[in-house]
Design a protein around this ligand. Structure first.
Ligand SMILES: Cc1cc2nc3c(=O)[nH]c(=O)nc-3n(C[C@H](O)[C@H](O)[C@H](O)COP(=O)(O)OP(=O)(O)OC[C@H]3O[C@@H](n4cnc5c(N)ncnc54)[C@H](O)[C@@H]3O)c2cc1C
Length: 436
């Protein structure tokens, strides 16, 4: 098996992240060669693909995953690790855009992804440093009004697991002077994202599932009764195909490429801070994100590093100097970290949809897809995987609700969507700066 592949994934090896450096041992899987047949073929071994495949394998189906790089190589193995209930688009936005029936449906599943993750961790004994609690923090009075409105709205849907924190109350969770207060969700949490993906892959394989790595899919045929997938050295013919390449799928399926835009975001990890400093900075060990358009998100790792993320680059390129970009933001939140070494810094792509609502759908009779979690996909990808597995096994109820939601193309089309979005983000960043 060749260890290199010239593709979107370069050599296919994991990025130089803290997660890759602390990953649990995992086997190297073979590449796809020759002509193969399977009931369900899933492209992409991120959470969307793994969740779909694991649900199907649990129900006794014959499933293979084809991954262009390694399990968890994409966003799923390099994200902030934050388990946040809800989609990127708020329930308020969904209610406004699609009406109360759809928003009630969405409200019914916003906590499901976190529950699936916890079930998986427990059932399969996945070692991924799982912790409870996430906190949204606000910097201004306007942000606090937004958080209060969120709590009120969620309560109106019967979800009452969030507690507003005053400036003083938040100080007992986050030792920063930057914030006006926050909203804690005790059913949120955080974990080592790559180890979660590796654990899910191992569980899938134990149930008889097959994973091919270093096998970038170069073309997909979706017409005809049996979809086909080609890689440089192999072909897979299946009854049902599931496309879960998300931001990295590129132009393999042009109809999907125009629905979402790759956007990169960055994370860095300090040196270990020691128990005392770590506990002083985030005493309850929650994960934290602010609610600005271009936000900071951070948490402690199991070995007490600060994992600090933020920033976005539309189009999905990597900034030249990630540390230089993130360090000033981190020191604004925690001046106590001045002088601490940064051991790791990395970038990864998520798929942005224009509406910020993730998309589920079908191409032809037997090809499904899920993508576009818009930067908040740890929970959503797990839920969508379950919904895809329901659809594939004949229960189209929840799938149809999402598949029927209208999606909106990016203004400017593929040629101009990046500059248009940059201008849009300047507008929102300016509003954040002005506190309006
Ligand atoms: C840096 C970063 C931080 C983030 N932080 C958070 C967070 O804290 N909380 C949160 O909720 N969300 C976060 N997100 C978003 C979240 O990680 C994603 O929404 C989620 O992981 C998407 O999972 P996925 O399986 O759909 O996509 P991915 O994990 O990207 O998986 C897609 C997989 O498909 C494979 N693939 C693509 N094309 C092909 C092909 N042609 N052939 C074969 N395989 C292919 C890729 O190699 C990849 O492994 C973050 C994202 C990034 C990038």
């Amino acid at each position: 098996m060749s260890e290199t592949s010239q593709s979107y994934a370069g050599s296919g090896q994991h990025t130089g992240s803290y997660y890759a450096a602390t990953a649990n041992p995992a086997p190297k899987r073979p590449a796809l060669t020759g002509i193969n047949q399977v009931d369900v073929c899933v492209v992409g071994a991120g959470y969307s693909g793994l969740s779909t495949a694991l649900h199907l394998a649990e129900a006794g189906h014959r499933v293979a995953i084809i991954e262009g790089a390694r399990v968890g190589w994409g966003a799923s193995g390099r994200n902030g690790g934050q388990i946040v209930n809800g989609l990127n688009a708020s329930l308020a936005t969904i209610e406004r855009r699609y009406g109360r029936t759809t928003s009630s449906f969405v409200a019914g599943l916003v906590q499901e992804g976190g529950q699936i993750i916890r079930e998986r961790v427990k059932t399969y004994g996945i070692q991924c440093d799982l912790k409870d609690n996430n906190i949204f923090v606000g910097l201004t009075a306007a942000h606090m009004r937004e958080l209060e409105a969120r709590q009120t709205l969620w309560r109106s849907y019967g979800i009452d697991n969030q507690e507003l924190l005053s400036r003083e109350a938040l100080r007992t969770h986050v030792a920063s002077d930057l914030y006006a207060g926050g909203l804690i969700d005790r059913t949120g949490g955080h974990m080592h994202p790559l180890n979660l993906a590796l654990g899910e892959a191992a569980a899938f394989e134990k149930l008889g599932g097959k994973i091919y790595e270093l096998s970038p899919v170069t073309s997909v045929t979706t017409d005809g009764a049996k979809p086909e997938v080609k890689t440089a050295k192999g072909k897979m013919i299946c009854k049902t195909l599931v496309l879960c390449g998300n931001a990295y799928l590129g132009d393999v399926v042009p109809g999907l490429a125009r629905r979402v835009m790759p956007v990169s975001t960055q994370v860095m990890a300090t040196e270990p801070l020691g128990e005392d400093l770590a506990a002083a900075l985030i005493p309850g060990d929650a994960c934290v994100e602010d609610i600005r358009y271009i936000l900071d998100y951070y948490r402690l790792s199991a070995d007490k590093r600060m994992l600090f993320g933020g920033g976005t680059v539309y189009g999905g390129s990597d900034p030249k100097d990630i540390k230089a970009k993130l360090l000033p933001n981190m020191l604004k939140v925690f001046p106590q970290l001045a002088g601490k070494k940064i051991d790791y810094a990395w970038s990864g792509n998520f798929a942005l949809s224009f509406s910020r609502v993730p998309q589920l759908g079908r191409i032809g009779a037997n090809t499904y897809f899920a993508h576009g979690y818009s930067g908040h996909g740890v929970t959503g990808s797990h839920t969508f995987g379950r919904i895809l597995s329901e659809a594939i096994t004949g229960d189209l109820g929840r799938f149809d609700v999402f598949a029927k939601l209208p999606w909106y193309p990016f203004p400017g089309g593929r040629a101009f969507r990046v500059p248009y979005s940059v201008v849009g983000s300047w507008y929102y960043a300016l509003r954040d700066k002005l506190g309006i």
